[in-house]
Write a new protein. Sequence first.
Length: 212
Amino acid sequence: MKDGQTITQTKPECRNCDEIRDCLRTSKQIEEKKREKDELRKQNLIAQIIDHSHVISNDLGSCLLSFLSRVYSSLFGAIFFKNLLLFYELPKDSVSFNLTIPISRTIISLTRGEGGEEEKTGLEEGFTLRIVLFQKSFPNQTRANMGMIAYEVGRALASDDLGIKQILQVLSDSETNLFKRMDAEARTNWLIEKWGFGEEFEAFKKEKAVEK
């Protein structure tokens, strides 16, 4: 089928049919190879993100690695494969903000050479470079740091038209209607919950409240 699945219709007498068994076995092997390919692609992207990001504190670096592994494996993983996230930890007196830069396939070809980087990353149609800047982390507060990362990434995606378009592509009709009615803050909070970082986000908000 178009979505990559295989439908096999059988009758009772098909139980001992070698052709049916071979078909099912082949379908299973294809699916396993696809999972292995997706996992390798995910690990390669995460490695690139970690290598090119600038994170000073070990606490934040560990949390960042865990966050990326979880979101790339989630139902929203397709969104993140269309974006290249880079993270930078800033001095405490700096102002936190996010940058979004669309990178076309043409630009990739000019900088890397035709058939270069896009084949390695799987970003054949170009991608969106999203730079997330952290003003600070919370020492020995793993859950708060995870919540902060989830919040900043969610805010980066939910605050621009391209990110919203990418999100809508993976939502059901009912979720799409709900998402469109939300403002940027509500969309960010909703994404955090969908990614499974609700408890971490609450820990982050608690630490922020203590600071005030």
